[in-house]
Design a protein around this ligand. Sequence first.
Ligand SMILES: [Zn+2]
Length: 399
Amino acid sequence: MASLLLQEVLLDDGRAPRPLRADLRVRDGRIEALRRRPSEPALAPLQGEEVVRGGLVTPPLAEPHVHLDAALLAPRAPNHSGTLREGIANWARLRPTLTAQDLRERARRTVALYRGWGCLSIRTHVDTGSAVAVDALLALRQELAAEGTTLQVVAFPQEGILRAAGRQAAWARAVEAGCDAVGAIPHYERTAQEGHDSVRLAFDLAARLGLQVDLHCDETDDPDSRFLEQACALALDRDLGRRVVAGHCTSLHSQPNPYAAKVCALVAESQVQVVCNPLDNVVLQGRYDGYPRRRGLTRVDELWAAGACVGIGHDSVMDPWYPLGTANLVDAASMAVHVGHLTGRDQLARAVRTLWTDNHRCFGGPPPIAEGGPCRALWWEPEDPVEILRLRPAPRVLA
Ligand SMILES: [Zn+2]
């Protein structure tokens, strides 16, 4: 990259409590110079150097929850009812027809969409019912690393671990093939007891191989689906909290308030991260309700108030469950603030900052923005994160 001077930008490195004013020079993929303004002298432009003035510099966005194996498949099997049930049926029909080349092409196209919106770290779930999909995404992880995109792969048993013979073996084989995290889908197992057994199996396997845990947890309107508390208790007992993600957690929406208060406190204490997926859940939940119709998003405001770490995932990009989606995480944050009543000034800013702060948790935190280090950062024309949420501009990728 030719030399680029960013003058008087607001720098939010995703780590410091407050953004600071700074000049930065970026050259050959590195941050050659960083001056805090006004306490340090300004950087003067070099001859012929491109200069950008003002705006906001942040870490890249991170996607904590998507399904690249199913991405872009919606046109091949339209979901006529729009329901989760039909999505699962359509996916089950398509899955045996998928080839490694098809998987690779669709995943690559989707990753390119993410990159265009400034997202350079992606955690994908892969259905362990398809060895072809598992192998294709693990191979892609290596290719993308060489191109500056971090991919993590979660072994996700879409149809459960204990529901039928052979599923546990396929799931374990996928994990051992080299996945980064172990998944489970306890609310989809046949009984609550088998759901609890599946969570324990996931923690055991992750511990044995030194991997992270990432559950599809309580993605239902059923208030009796209570696997989040189990995940938190296991994380506490085994001191694993920062290595555990619980995705969706939509039953929390429908649970009695005293119980939900206990669980939110437990999530905070255990340091398990809850990742909400508002685009999918606002259309997939509440399908049995008639009217009034629940929103189906987990309790983001109450989790925040309890001190918990919450991520925001896009979940689906034109897949059997959600036919829309652009791979722009700001869309997901926008849906979260609408559905979750997060339109207070600080809540709006927090929702969009989540994309470059807490969404990096499973990747080890946002990449540092420091003089002399590699440059993995974004430049946004608006200085105010809330304006990013309102206008949804594409950032300039400085990496
Ligand atoms: Zn998912």
